[in-house]
Design a protein around this ligand. Structure first.
Ligand code: 6PG
Length: 248
């Protein structure tokens, strides 16, 4: 496993203060990226935790973000229509995108319209490769910032324990089946090879049901990955855990 930097841990009283701190750092990262290379690539997390952050980015922080040069991607998607309650795109659209004047060509949702998750995954990978190949400033296929959550089973994005996708070394995007306990099993997810190239990864974690997983991952990065895929996230760049007190 390539050497990665030691994770930084940031603890907060509650989800609101966690989200404010994350918004501050996202603005700073965005402005640095845009001044360095003219654009900022941000991968959004799904689930519920990030919705507070997205609302902040759409309101208090909206004017500080360089939206015209920001490109939004998704780390994973449930294989449903974009107006389905389970859609990660829908959550981000309602809390963030619908409130912004971001150019439509800067919003890169994971396609779920072909009725064939494999084909949609391939199509998304082609979109990502096209995005990076157009880069004039040697981005080396690295997203500037990837936001991730953690499930209580240790999954992150849609990388679930014991799923063969954890062994993927080439593909950047894969279609997978989540365990049967999940309402929408068919998913599309970005994979470890592209996640671990990222310049920065932020984990946003709240909820005492995550306590066991977070403790295991932070205490023993080497073995936890076998049990908890979140332990396999070792980006070349910075890794920061934003934790609310309910997790600690
Ligand atoms: C998804 C997410 C998933 C999420 C975790 C945590 O599509 O469900 O990408 O990885 O981040 O399940 O979800 P909560 O933030 O809702 O706890």
């Amino acid at each position: 496993m390539a050497e990665s930097v030691k994770p930084e841990i940031k603890e907060f009283q509650n989800l609101d203060s966690l989200s404010i701190a994350a918004a501050e750092e996202i603005v700073e990262t965005a402005r640095e990226a845009v001044s360095e290379k003219g654009r900022f690539s941000l991968v959004l997390a799904g689930g519920n935790t990030p919705s507070t952050l997205y609302r902040l980015l759409a309101t208090e922080y909206a004017d500080r973000m360089p939206w015209s040069s920001t490109h939004l991607f998704w780390g994973d998607e449930r294989y449903v229509s974009k107006d389905h309650p389970e859609s990660n795109y829908k959550m981000a659209y309602q809390t963030l995108i619908s409130k912004l004047s971001i150019p439509i060509q800067n919003v890169h949702p994971i396609p779920t319209e072909m009725g064939n998750a494999e084909r949609d995954a391939t199509s998304y990978e082609e979109e990502l490769r096209g995005f990076f190949s157009a880069s004039k400033r040697g981005e080396h296929n690295a997203f500037d910032l990837i936001l991730l959550g953690v499930g209580e089973d240790g999954h992150t994005a849609s990388l679930f324990p014991e799923n063969p996708v954890l062994e993927e070394k080439q593909k950047w995007v894969a279609s997978i089946l989540a365990p049967p306990i999940y309402k929408t099993q068919q998913r599309i997810t970005i994979t470890l090879p592209i996640i671990n190239k990222a310049k920065k990864v932020f984990f946003l974690v709240s909820g005492n049901n995550k306590r066991k997983v977070v403790k295991a991952v932070l205490e023993d990065q080497d073995t936890s990955g076998k049990l908890y895929p979140a332990g396999l996230i070792r980006p070349k760049g910075e890794l920061v855990w934003f934790l609310s007190s309910s997790v600690l």
